[in-house]
Design a protein around this ligand. Structure first.
Ligand SMILES: O=P(O)(O)OC[C@H]1O[C@H](O)[C@H](O)[C@@H](O)[C@@H]1O
Length: 545
């Protein structure tokens, strides 16, 4: 039997879709400036009726979550990112006051920095921002900076989003002589993430080389009392902004995590919050055809069978939205990628997300989308406004502009995919501005939450990410023993097996990896010698200093 026919309300692949289907399913909200077309997902005519009780249950769960229920029971936490843009909805007056006070403080701090009332140790004013963070503490600010940033911004922004020393050096080189005029924004909800801590220590060393202190150039965004919070207090950071336990990292862009960097850049955080707030209002609707987040969640359900059978390929035809798919990778995959459902049954859920931008990606992998494995659905994002009107019109062919080409390529690819039976969704927005960015973030936050309810999983925890961190710590602990073993050998070269034995481990493979890495970095002082004609496993190692 055709796999698609096993999914409730699943329709056949029509060769040519009638205009009526497009017209009947097209969502449009003129005040939001949002269109959503799900007509090229192959749901059958009874799909929405069949799913109605389940989507109503999902909407009811979402209403309870917004009302302050413990929506993340595993961590015993409430889920409050919707309150960030509607503080009056916060279940307690103290929470509302905390949100309002923080947003006001972000604006006044940014104004003080811009007016040089808050100044660096030696330079006249701060001219650059360096965000140090990872995951939810970097992806949102990176997406927003790339969507809205211009060379005319109040401050240019840079990122340390990894513990890659070469990446850190490259960013410091880009900042160059301006490091003394750079404001570091260290972001970590938990305050204990090693990549972020390492980036901060590298930065501290870089300031020190200039005779400057990190504290006089840094602010922290973190949970109250965290390791980072204590460090910031001890080292006299310029300011500290809160990160609350009821805001998840992947839904934190509209908290201080995203608002502070954006405000420092000079972007309109008020408009971003407004776009999200209005989208939240629209996506609370119980009328599914009027609710774009419910339509999206149901379209995903139809396309993936509710079991992640298909990947989500994001194709915004707009350079400014190129990082949206990277941002959504965390939001969607960390929220939906779960082994267990809420009853504890093994389900191995998830939807894989990838994509960059059109038409660029048409010249990379669209060949496979059109002709190869049918294991995906595309989400096109169309932006109606081509460019700032002040830039004028250039015809590259008679009556045709570069923007017409971009739109033509989007429509052409959408059509070509339909012809080969591939499914797609299209989101259309007017323009990429702060309001639209807030809208897109809020739209996907809610769609992910509703989809998680439809498939019965907790979208707000991430039990799987700890395993890799723990295993990494074990490698570093073993490395210390390896170095101690080499140090104790009094300059005598040791074989791999001898090092492992002296380090007290049977895990020879990890010892091999550790030694290979150390020996490749001469400044670490581990010399490696491979005998003539021998294999890498015959190498011996000793401390070279
Ligand atoms: O903000 P932090 O506490 O430093 O966390 C950064 C990231 O770390 C973990 O890997 C989590 O899975 C992410 O959800 C989080 O965004």
């Amino acid at each position: 039997m055709d796999q698609d026919r096993r999914t409730p309300g699943r329709g056949p692949a029509p060769a040519v879709l009638p205009f009526d289907r497009f017209r009947d399913h097209l969502f449009h909200d003129p005040s939001l400036g949002l269109w959503l077309d799900v007509s090229r997902i192959r749901f059958g005519s009874d799909f929405f009726t069949t799913m109605e009780p389940r989507i109503q249950a999902a909407l009811a769960e979402m209403a309870a979550l917004e009302g302050g229920s413990i929506a993340n029971p595993d961590e015993g936490r409430r889920v409050g990112h919707y309150w960030l843009r509607a503080p009056e909805l916060a279940p307690e007056a103290a929470l509302r006051a905390a949100i309002e006070e923080t947003n006001a403080r972000i604006l006044s701090f940014a104004a003080d920095v811009h007016a040089a009332r808050v100044r660096p140790e030696r330079s006249a004013r701060f001219s650059r921002v360096l965000v140090v963070g990872i995951g939810g503490s970097a992806l949102g600010p990176q997406f927003v900076a790339s969507a809205l940033g211009t060379p005319a911004d109040r401050m240019q922004i840079h990122f340390f989003d990894n513990t890659d020393p070469d990446g850190i050096d490259r960013t410091l080189d880009a900042i160059g002589d301006d490091l003394g005029a750079t404001l570091a924004v260290i972001i970590s909800k938990s305050g204990g993430t090693k990549e972020t801590r390492n980036g901060m220590l590298e930065l501290e060393a870089a300031y020190r080389r200039l005779g400057l202190s990190l504290g006089a150039h840094a602010v922290a965004v973190t949970g109250d009392g965290s390791e980072l919070d204590r460090y910031a207090t001890k080292h006299g950071f310029l300011a500290r902004f809160p990160m609350w336990d009821w805001v998840g990292g992947r839904t934190s862009e509209l908290s201080a995590v995203g608002l502070l960097p954006a405000a420092l850049q000079g972007l309109s955080i008020v408009e971003m919050l407004q776009g999200a707030r209005e989208t939240d209002e629209a996506t609370r609707s119980k009328e599914v055809p009027r609710n774009p987040a419910a339509l999206l969640a149901l379209a995903w359900y139809s396309a993936t069978g509710g079991v992640g059978r298909k990947d989500m390929v994001l194709l915004p035809y707009k350079d400014r939205l190129e990082l949206f798919s990277r941002y959504l990778q965390q939001l969607v995959m960390e929220s939906l990628g779960k082994r267990l459902d809420r009853q504890g049954k093994e389900v191995f859920q998830g939807i894989a997300v990838y994509g960059n931008k059109g038409s660029t990606d048409q010249h990379a992998y669209v060949q496979q989308l059109r002709d190869g494995l049918d294991n995906f659905f595309v989400t096109f994002i169309e932006v109606l406004r081509d460019r700032a009107p002040s830039r004028g019109v250039l015809e590259v062919d008679p009556g045709v502009t570069t923007g017409d080409y971009l739109d033509g390529f989007l429509q052409g690819t959408r059509k070509a995919l339909t012809e080969s039976g591939r499914e797609s969704i299209t989101i259309t927005i007017d323009t990429v501005d702060a309001r639209a960015v807030g809208m897109l973030i809020a739209l996907y936050e809610r769609a992910v939450g509703l989809y998680a309810s439809l498939v019965g999983i907790n979208a707000y925890h991430q039990p799987g990410v700890e395993a890799g961190k723990k295993a990494a710590q074990e490698v570093l602990d073993l490395q210390a023993k390896v170095l101690a073993a080499l140090g104790a050998s009094a300059g005598r070269a040791l074989s791999l097996a001898e090092v492992a034995k002296a380090a007290g481990t049977d895990d020879v493979e990890t010892v091999f990896w550790v030694l290979r890495h150390l020996a490749a970095n001469p400044e670490r002082g581990v010399a490696r010698e491979v005998p003539q004609g021998g294999s890498p496993f015959d190498a011996t190692y000793r401390l070279a200093r």
